[in-house]
Design a protein around this ligand. Structure first.
Ligand SMILES: [Ca+2]
Length: 214
């Protein structure tokens, strides 16, 4: 085999194995036992600006079951915010992808929101309607993944400021539930695995053609 081709193949494989780096979110599934005994205090999370005692950790024995573990998070009062400061700063040329599972604990309308922040500034926000009765909503007792993505380029004014995640229920009735929060950071400009696989496929075809010529 041509040495150059071998080097290209190795480089392609190396490129295609780069993965997103998870950023630790504490008590991400609301499983910390203290949550349940003191439901208005959610360990590792704090109330967001202007929000107090809005979040509740439930250990349901009927209706919506937790996406993972024994507990889920919900909000008994609208416009309450739960926030976690992550102890890591916003990095340039990085794609951040946050996700949370959103469900409905009541058969009424509710809105679940997930936000990525740096230095208290909202970088990206997504909201999911939770309502059994609307076709566009999530079915009662189902979970749907809510994803939020933000690309921090080198000119972003909040580079170096601390990252946070926020969960909240903007309006509506007591319905939206949350579980399994996560955040990943992925350096931008790195080939996605799919791209690497495609490149590898092309290179193998070239290799086969070169062999035939010899
Ligand atoms: Ca859980």
């Amino acid at each position: 085999m041509n040495k150059q081709l071998i080097l290209i193949l190795v480089a392609t494989l190396t490129c295609s194995t780069v993965h997103a780096v998870p950023i630790a979110v504490l008590n991400a599934g609301f499983e910390d036992a203290a949550s349940v005994s003191a439901p208005t205090l959610v360990p590792s999370w704090t109330d967001g600006p202007g929000s107090t005692f809005g979040a509740t950790v439930l250990t349901p024995n009927s209706g919506l079951q937790p996406f993972e573990g024994n507990n889920l998070l919900t909000f008994q009062v609208a416009n309450r915010i739960l926030q976690q400061n992550l102890g890591q700063s916003l990095q340039a040329d990085t794609r951040y992808t946050a996700s949370v599972e959103v469900g409905a604990v009541r058969n009424v309308a509710g809105w679940g929101t997930l936000e990525i922040l740096a230095g208290g500034n909202v970088l990206a926000s997504e909201t999911l309607l939770v309502n059994k009765t609307l076709e566009t909503g999530i079915n009662y007792s189902d979970w749907t993944t809510l994803n939020v993505t933000f690309d921090a380029d080198s000119s972003n004014p909040f580079i170096g400021q601390e990252l946070s995640l926020r969960l909240y229920r903007k309006n509506g009735n007591f319905s939206a539930a949350f579980d399994a929060v996560s955040l990943n950071a992925n350096p931008m400009g790195v080939a996605e695995p799919q791209t690497g696989v495609l490149m590898l496929g092309g290179l193998l075809l070239l290799l086969r053609a070169a062999r035939k010529r010899n």
